[in-house]
Design a protein around this ligand. Structure first.
Ligand code: EPU
Length: 327
């Protein structure tokens, strides 16, 4: 329903910042994307629930943008409302009364940490280290938020969110706020069973006591490795494709000779072939065209179809999808 003016009118009573026809490029690590009809930044759960209820009642599409680090926003932007949780949802702490009660498989005492959805994963990793809690080290180099980590089981080669998630508080599409266990969320490789319209509000993680110095050393080693192998200074969305079972997208793309292939200002990184980077004024359609080229070339060379890890946001993308496996 409605264009930017009607939406601004409909959501005018809500607490929190809002912006009509808000350019989304500044909210995306790719630096790409057209405007949202309305960008809302609810400061708390009450405002979020109210926004979701209004959207449901009036048939307005809602898209949640986390840190915008794993998305490609279409050039036409997003019709409807885009929600960002970065103005609130920043609480982070050790749950009172634990211990967690349990013991980790390797013997240490478990401690439960709760983080709201807008908390950056790197902040959670540093908090855990400072409190002598191991398990979240892998998050130090992941630029996204806790909400995004739960939704897509963020991780590295060493570990992933599923390894430490206890449960998550989720605003369900019917408006209920529910606590879902890790099993109910059903995390798999860079995916979860959460419905697209569900919104993660907070999550609890089970960490284990360890020596802060040793934890810091592991985090430093991970950061150094990333710095050496990934184009961290470039605008990108991290790994663009999922790793196919038993192999790695970066290796497949590199060995197919595709490093530095480009469409407009979208380019395959020389440093890591599974990073598509925006070297100037790339548009979403350039990135999508480059993605296609890479998918087809890798399919021709290796008979493997690469699936994006990056989430496509916005109307225009619908026209391109889904493209199915070659051969
Ligand atoms: N490789 C090449 N050429 C390249 C890039 C990689 O031959 O241009 C080879 C490497 O030599 C290595 C293999 O491919 O043998 C795998 O590369 P890497 O170790 O860099 O790991 P990755 O599978 O590409 C994953 C995550 C990263 C995470 C790293 C480190 C996925 C899709 N990606 O990358 O996560 O930082 O492990 O733990 O699982 C992200 O998800 O955004 C992300 C950056």
């Amino acid at each position: 329903m409605g264009g930017p003016d009607e939406l601004a009118q409909l959501f005018r009573g809500l607490a929190g910042r809002r912006e009509s026809e808000a350019p989304l490029a500044p909210h995306s690590s790719f630096g790409i994307g057209g405007p949202a009809d309305l960008l809302l930044l609810p400061p708390n759960v009450a405002a979020l629930r109210e926004a979701a209820a209004l959207a449901r009642e009036h048939g307005v599409a809602l898209v949640v943008l986390g840190a915008g680090t794993n998305v490609l926003v279409s050039d036409a932007g997003v019709r409807g409302v885009v929600l960002s949780l970065k103005d609130g949802f920043q609480e982070l702490g050790i749950q009172a009364g634990n211990g967690g009660g349990g013991r980790h498989a390797e013997g240490g005492a478990e401690v439960v940490v709760r983080a709201e959805a807008g908390v950056k994963q790197a902040r959670l990793a540093r908090f855990a280290q400072q409190h002598g809690l191991a398990g979240a080290e892998f998050m130090i180099g992941i630029p996204g938020t806790v909400g995004g980590a739960v939704r897509m089981n963020a991780g590295t080669r060493a570990a992933c969110t599923a390894d430490i998630l206890l449960d998550a508080e989720v605003l369900l599409p019917d408006g209920r706020l529910a606590t879902l266990s890790r099993e109910e969320i059903d995390l798999s490789y860079r995916a979860s069973a959460l419905p697209a319209e569900a919104i993660v509000v907070a999550a609890r993680f089970r960490l284990v006591r360890d020596d802060p110095t040793r934890i810091a050393e592991r985090m430093a080693a991970d950061s150094a490795r990333r710095k050496a192998t990934q184009p961290l200074a470039c605008r990108s969305a991290g790994s663009f494709f999922k790793n196919p079972p038993g192999t790695s997208a970066g290796w497949l793309i590199d060995a197919a000779g595709l490093k530095e292939s480009a469409v407009g200002d979208a380019r395959v990184s020389r440093r890591h072939a599974n990073f598509l980077i925006n070297v100037g004024q790339a548009r979403a359609r350039d990135v999508v065209a480059l993605m296609r080229q890479v998918q087809h070339s890798v399919a021709c060379r290796w008979d493997v179809w690469l699936t994006p890890e990056v989430t496509m946001v916005g109307d225009e993308h619908a026209a391109h999808e889904p493209e199915e496996e070659a051969g």
